[in-house]
Every structure is written in C-alpha cells, then in structure tokens.
Design a protein around this ligand. Structure first.
Ligand SMILES: CC(=O)[C@@H](O)[C@H](O)COP(=O)(O)O
Length: 257
C-alpha cells in the first residue's frame, strides 16, 4: 500500500485526464489503468463554459479520488487562488501544485512553488508539488509543509523518459521516507518501470496514455509496467558488473573416455 498524507491507495499509477480523444475513452482508460487517483485541471475544466460541469460529473462517477491541479498557473497568487477554488469545487484538501516558470519547458518556478506550498500548507492543504529533481528545492518544499514530492523526469508532454537517472537516484537516496511520485515526461511503459525499479513510489502520467493510438490498451500496459517495476524493486535487483560471471556453476571436469 502507498500512503499519501493520511490516505492509503493500492495503485501506484496516478492519471491525468487531459487530451483524451473522448470522455468515453478517458473513462475506459481510467478503468483499465486501475488507478485510484486522477488529476483534474481546474482552470481548463471551468474555463469558458466548455462543459466543465459535465466533465467533473463524469469524473466523479468513476469513483476515483480527485487530485485537483493548478496547471497553467504562473505565480504564487494565481496558484493559491486556484487551489482554493479547487478545494471548494472538489471538497478535498489535496492539491497538485504546479507553478510554471518557463513556457518552453513548462519547468516549475521553484521559488514561487516553495512560497505557494508554504501558504497552502499553512491553510490546511495537503500539497503535492510538481517540482524538478533538485535536492535543495526538495528540502525547502518539505520545510514548507509538503509530505509528498513529485519530481519531473522530463518536460511535461515530451514523452522523453527519465533524462537524469543520477539525479533521480540521488533524490530517492536522500528522502527514503518521503513518498516520491515521478510526474511528467514519461513516454513509455519501460520508462515507468525504470523509475519504479529505482524505488520511486508511484508515477503520474497523462500524455503517453491520452496520446497513444489506443489509450485504453496503453493504460493497461502502464499499469502492468508500474506493478512490475515495483515488484522488481522489492525483490532486490543485481548490480551490473563489468566482468562475466558464469550462470552455470562448473563443478569438477567432464571425463571423456
Ligand atoms: C496532467 C498533468 O498533471 C500533467 O501536467 C502531468 O505533469 C503529466 O505530464 P505528462 O503529460 O508528461 O505525463
């Protein structure tokens, strides 16, 4: 089981809800993924009267927990205000905090992120911060009250997969007791398995499933990869070696008459 703040979940896949070909396909992908948590962008779903109410009802009907997010927010006050609206709309203390600092890479503004996390934690929110793999920023987020961290592994939507395995490994080693969820940049099930094998607690992804030719089948593939990566981590993997080690033990010598 995975404990996020005071809630326990068994699925280690958190799913984004944007960019699916249709609401029906999204609903089927959520079921096939066996996720228990989906993230919903408050700004997108409530903007411009684009059927946001119906969308939110459809998500509620799926029986999964909603992790509202502040996607698209660029500053502390915008993110804090959006989080407060999300709390009212969804009736949850959870917030996936995104404060974007660069529009080309969608990289978080980590200074504003820490500040917004401090304000929101002080107001009783349980903050899931979308951050970089920087250890110092991670420390500041924990000091600000976060009890979960969500480092990227590549830019949002890039599907590039883990670009800096060394940084991810070091993050895992520095924060052994903190739930770490890789968020953003996962492109393939093998990427998800790789970060789970490193000991990450879960993966949050959107584009790789929503943008696949068959999102429902891809949701199933990711679910298996994440479970398998977790199981391998728990089973204790071998460290790679530079020299060969015979896999068949040789005892004595064959005798040829
Ligand atoms: C849906 C969401 O919250 C995204 O902002 C998230 O970061 C996932 O990123 P990918 O789309 O790269 O999986």
């Amino acid at each position: 089981m995975l404990t996020l703040y005071d809630s326990e979940v068994s699925s280690r896949l958190l799913l984004g809800t944007a960019r699916y070909p249709s609401p029906g396909i999204l609903a089927e992908a959520v079921k096939r993924s066996r996720t228990e948590i989906v993230t919903v962008s408050l700004r997108r779903e409530t903007a411009g009267g684009r059927g946001g109410g119906a969308f939110i009802e459809m998500i509620r009907a799926l029986g999964v927990r909603v992790l509202p997010n502040t996607a698209g927010c660029h500053g502390v006050s915008e993110a804090v205000l959006t989080a407060k609206m999300a709390r009212e709309l969804f009736g949850t203390k959870w917030i996936k905090l995104e404060v974007i600092g660069n529009d080309d890479t969608l990289q978080p503004d980590v200074f504003a992120l820490v500040e917004a996390a401090r304000i929101l934690s002080g107001e009783g929110f349980e903050v899931f911060p979308y951050t970089t793999d920087d250890l110092v920023v991670a420390e500041r987020l924990l000091e600000a009250g976060c009890r979960v961290l969500m480092p990227w592994c590549a830019p949002i939507g890039s599907a590039a997969g883990p670009l800096n395995l060394t940084a991810l490994r070091s993050m895992r080693a520095h924060f052994p007791g903190i739930p770490l969820i890789v968020d953003a940049g996962i492109g393939r099930p093998s990427h998800a398995a790789t970060v789970m094998e490193l000991g990450f607690d879960a993966v949050l992804l959107n584009t790789a499933i929503a943008g696949a030719f068959d999102p429902v089948a891809m949701a199933g593939a990711f679910a298996k990869a994440i479970e398998s990566g977790r199981e391998a981590f728990g089973a204790g993997m071998l460290e790679p070696r530079d020299v060969a080690v015979p896999s068949t033990p040789i005892i004595g010598k064959a005798v040829f008459a």
